[in-house]
Write a protein that binds this ligand. Sequence first.
Ligand code: FAD
Length: 375
Amino acid sequence: MKVDWLIVGAGFTGAVLAERIASQLDQKVLVVEKRNHIGGNAYDYYNEHGVLVHKYGPHIFHTNSKKVRDYLSQFTEWRPYYHRVLASVEGKLVPVPFNLNSLYALFPPKYAERLEEKLICTYGFGVKVPILKMKEAKDEELRFLADYIYKNIFYGYTIKQWELTPEELDPSVTGRVPVYISRDDRYFQDTYQAMPKQGYTAMFGRILSHKNIKVLLNTDYREIVREIRFNRMIYTGPIDVYFDYMHGSLPYRSLRFEFLTFDREWQQEVGTLNYPNEYDFTRTTELKHLTGQRLPWTTLIVEYPQAYQPENINFEPYYPIPREENRLRYSLYEKEAAKLGGSVLFAGRLADYKYYNMDQAVARALKLFEEIAHG
Ligand code: FAD
């Protein structure tokens, strides 16, 4: 077989690049995917109860990029959806990220009112204040509030999610956790927040439907790379695997998902419940909130964080671990990639060893396409 491009991986990065190259450059693309489906981690399917579920954890689309939204809108209609999350703290359900409503969910009304006034006076309304900054507030009650949120909402969740204390993680992670001085309970504040109306896999089916694209599933590219003739390659798998771990393996955090179906219409009042302090799992997500499906029964995803084991095929690499030493190791691989002189292009969350939201993965792919198209 002869193609212009071999693309490894049928997630957002691989699919968007395949579509752009096929439709804009009129070149032939073979997409090779080792899993038995397209869509990468955004893959969804109907389970045995007819509930649309996300195999690799809940995926909620949100972006401030009109370009990304317009691009994807060629392949899907949207269902507006604003995600809401409540954290279980001392037996109460509290909106997160922590905001003014959270004060009233936790504390007696008079005390909540006083804290609200102090927050607005000190920082202004509509402002997101990093929790570490608030810990240094002059006012004693604001320092108490920051400590309370840190201890009861942030610390336990971080330990479960990463098996590291917040101090052991890169300050870019801990420094970002905000207190939102607002009544806006939405988990995200992006301009565009919506779910693909027929689901992600249907959208990927349309992205990859161009006549110049062929998709080969159930195939690790290494099994076929010698049998295919191609000019250039785009690789969206793990960069350390590409280079046979020559600089050691890049660490990831993994997850185990449990899917539970209940014989009742709704199980929880919002999309996601976080459990910072109780249980082994971090959160439960009720998919019907996200997808808008109406059924008399419901399915939840329960997420159990776990260490990643590269040699074990049952473990997926999900979150790059944000620590300086890992970034340094990644930069060694980046140098190896540069030595290939552009014959193989590396992109995506596994090849860039960087957590991307879906819109960031699409933006990265669109930018790389521009570079390819303009030589
Ligand atoms: P992937 O989707 O991982 O695609 C890479 C593909 O390459 C995979 O399908 C893999 O099987 C394939 N591959 C790897 N090696 C080989 C090989 N040797 N041969 C053939 N194929 C190979 N983003 C949001 O915007 N909102 C969310 O709510 C959200 N929730 C998330 C929840 C979880 C638990 C996780 C882990 C991520 C979440 N994301 C979310 C991020 C989202 O999943 C990523 O942005 C997206 O998956 C990036 O796409 P990608 O193509 O770079 O990588």
